[in-house]
Design a protein around this ligand. Structure first.
Ligand SMILES: *Cc1c(COP(=O)(O)O)cnc(C)c1O
Length: 401
């Protein structure tokens, strides 16, 4: 028995699969969500390290990679570390955020944001997001803080837990920079530090400039599915030179400079990025402009592809910004977990290895008891969003390799 064509077209799973087929027609299945793109450029940088032997913590490539990152983020400094999680952890630690404190962060994020806050000893405090840019819903957060927090000359305190609320950590979901002006204003009113989780937005810009300069510091990630990869890795970027010096010292065992003696002046971390990973990163940074160009081209094809879709709307960059479109995404008009799951099954069968967005933080056992606002938008979005294949190669071969 065959299904009439009109019924098929009315089916959201069929519609999404059809649009992907038409947008990605030049590629071949399976279509991964985001593949690293490695060319002759990366090969040259890595081979040089193998020839020179500086594969570990010594070597000049880490410093060069840090200079490239600072340049791309428009900051004075960058400190390369072993992962994005480590970057957030050590940054909070150096900012004095730890036990007895809470950090506001979205419930709609990758687990690393909440885990790193926990590693610092602080408690993640989950807040809701907007259905447009997926960033923190600042108006809702302000109303919430007015109810649950008290402002004192010493800072802001959670009236229910007694803990200090010290910082807010916006996450630029899928590469889209949220309402940073509003977040800075709220942070000023509530005496909160703004610490950006910019792990998804390297190369994005808002009206103030490149992603990474919006708060006291921002963190980056270079794991294998990010826009730039070092195999695994991360960084902190900042315009605060003193903070940068502190971060460099404490991520490299707090060793005092000496030609042969081992003297360390505090309990520190070994979070330094190995030089061979930095070399790979240098190759990737050289090609970042080209990868960005193709990722934006792919996004524009998706935008066109979904312009007349009945069931799915394309999540576009916020007005006044330019997104790296790390992950392209579409959403249903209403939450429907069963339909979302059926669609994902359909897509996987057709070779499109799409994913839902993350399980919201408060729905996982270790964060079920964490303080939180009403998270209805977050919960709804988790049953509406599907991420689409977003590798730069899907919009053509590298131009500069
Ligand atoms: C990738 C990512 C991180 C950091 O991940 P690592 O794998 O530790 O480098 C943190 N937060 C978000 C939102 C991320 O997407």
């Amino acid at each position: 028995m065959t299904t009439p064509h009109s019924v098929l077209r009315n089916d959201p799973a069929t519609e999404l699969t059809d649009v992907l087929r038409s947008v990605l027609h030049t590629g071949a299945a399976p279509f991964a969500l985001h593949e690293p793109e490695l060319t002759e450029v990366e090969r040259r940088f890595v081979m040089q390290i193998l020839d020179e032997g500086f594969v570990s913590y010594a070597g000049r490539q880490v410093g060069q990679f840090e200079a490239e990152l600072a340049k791309a983020c428009g900051t004075t400094d960058a400190i390369a570390v072993v992962s994005g999680t480590a970057a957030i952890h050590v940054l909070l630690h150096v900012l004095g955020i730890g036990a007895g404190q809470e950090v506001l962060c979205p419930a709609l994020t990758f687990i690393a944001t909440a885990n790193a806050i926990s590693h610092s000893g602080a408690m993640p405090h989950f807040v809701d997001c907007t259905p447009t840019d997926l960033g923190i819903d600042v108006a809702k957060l302000d109303r919430y803080l007015s109810r649950v927090a008290s402002r004192t000359p010493d800072g802001t305190f959670n009236k229910q837990t007694g803990r200090r609320i010290s910082a807010i950590m916006p996450v630029h979901i899928f590469g889209h920079i949220g309402e940073m002006d509003a977040i800075r204003k709220l942070a000023e009113a509530w005496k909160l530090l703004v610490v950006e989780d910019a792990t998804e937005s390297l190369g994005s810009r808002d009206r103030h400039g490149p992603s990474g300069g919006g708060g006291i510091a921002a963190t980056l990630s270079f794991n294998g599915n990010k826009i730039v990869t070092t195999g695994g890795g991360g960084a902190i970027v900042t315009n605060d030179r003193e903070l940068a010096a502190r971060l460099k010292h404490i991520t490299t065992t707090a060793k005092l400079p000496h030609r042969w003696n081992f003297v360390h002046d505090e309990i520190a971390f070994n979070y330094r990025l190995p030089n061979i990973n930095a070399a790979l990163g240098l190759g990737q940074m050289a090609r970042l402009p080209d990868m960005l160009k193709r990722k934006r081209l792919l996004a524009s094809r998706y935008r066109d592809g979904f312009a007349n879709a009945k069931h799915w709307s394309f999540i576009d960059e916020p007005a006044g910004s330019s997104s790296n479109f790390w992950l392209n995404a579409v959403m249903l008009p209403e939450a429907d977990a069963v339909l979302l799951d059926r669609t994902l099954g359909h897509l996987h069968e057709a070779g499109f290895l799409c994913r839902p967005c993350w399980t919201p933080m408060h729905l996982m056992p270790m964060y079920a008891e964490a303080p939180r606002d009403d998270l209805s938008t977050t919960e709804s979005l988790a049953a509406r969003i599907i991420n689409l294949p977003s590798s730069p190669k899907l919009a053509g071969a590298p131009q500069d390799a």
